[in-house]
Design a binder for this molecule. Structure first.
Ligand code: SF4
Length: 316
């Protein structure tokens, strides 16, 4: 049973949370626990196949966000089945099929359609989440997404990463912030729920600029946000840069502080799907915090409580 809301403006801040938590959104929407099943659709990325670049974004090693059930090259159906069998044993009964690896709108529309429909036609799938770049959404793809949105619950996840073009350039994203704004506005016009994905701790930004990013994000018609802290992952261009010229990364206490402040600058309508990165430890170079996810969440709640911070506190 849920305990009272912390603040009536924060509808999904329950059980002591001082920000809107995605878990409570899902529980309210679907009336039950909902588990995401990560799928590798076998797509690639324009920043890797030579269309925009070959080396990718400097922090990207797709192994760090690939499905934990290693079924690459397996059919969508077999991946969803494996995820279902795994989570069903843990008492999950409802699932969102999550196209997570690489750029999940980067293929001919016919191929995309087949894969998305293979996923949503599976029993107990209550929705679809599609992660992509803002520059990989053509008119035909928007039409397909609009159709899907009428058939199932759809959540499109856009890699914003930063609102500053200087940072996007440093990360080798090969798109600018305006492209992101246009993509999110168009998805909103189609009444599709959008998640923005950002990184805190880029060496191109001061802490004031990081907090300023919240102000800019508040202007976007975006329902959900995923916040990640910058991590250096093995076999990435960033790993080489960091080895030759170490980058200042957040230590644990610094991150709790900036994250709490950042959340306090967000408007109260945004729902947070994630508040830190969680890359596999065998791939992680830096920063090593040696903390498990529940501990980070508890420490964040405590820091916010001790400092009387809450989402929306500094939103003007
Ligand atoms: S982060 Fe995404 S857009 Fe960048 S290289 Fe990796 S898959 Fe491509």
């Amino acid at each position: 049973m849920f305990i009272k809301y912390y603040n009536p403006n924060l509808h999904y801040a329950q059980n002591g949370f001082r920000y809107n938590n995605y878990t409570y959104f899902l529980k309210e929407k679907f009336g039950d626990r909902v588990q995401r099943i990560s799928i590798d659709g076998g797509f690639t990325c324009p920043n890797r196949d030579g269309t925009k670049g070959t080396s990718g974004c400097i922090y990207c090693n797709n192994r760090s966000f690939s499905p934990f059930i290693k079924l690459k090259n397996h059919s969508i159906k077999s991946q969803v089945t494996a995820g279902f069998n795994y989570f069903h044993k843990l008492n999950a009964t409802k699932f969102i099929a999550y196209f997570q690896s690489h750029t999940n709108t980067y293929a001919p529309v016919k191929k995309l359609r087949e894969k998305y429909f293979d996923a949503i036609n599976f029993q107990n799938i209550v929705g679809l989440a599609i992660s992509t770049r803002p520059d990989c959404l053509s008119d035909k793809i928007f039409e397909l997404l609009e159709e899907l949105n009428k058939k199932t619950y759809l959540n499109v996840e856009i890699g914003i990463e930063s609102v500053y073009d200087k940072s996007l350039k440093w990360m080798n994203r090969k798109h600018d912030y305006q492209t992101t704004v246009k993509a999110i506005e168009k998805l909103n016009e189609l009444e599709i729920d959008v998640t923005g994905h950002i990184i805190l701790g880029l060496p191109t930004e001061t802490q004031n600029e990081m907090l300023g990013m919240a102000k800019e994000l508040n202007k976007l018609p975006m329902k959900f946000l995923k916040i990640h802290h910058l991590q250096v992952i093995k076999n990435t261009p960033l790993a080489t840069i960091h080895k030759n010229n170490p980058i200042k990364l957040f230590d644990y206490d610094e991150y709790l502080k900036i994250l709490s402040n950042f959340i306090s600058h967000l408007k109260s309508e945004i729902i947070l799907q994630r508040v830190f990165s969680d890359s596999p430890i065998d791939l992680l170079i830096d920063p090593i915090w040696d903390k498990k996810s529940p501990e980070i969440i508890m420490d964040l709640q405590k820091f916010m409580r001790d400092n009387d911070l809450f989402q929306g506190k500094y939103y003007l």
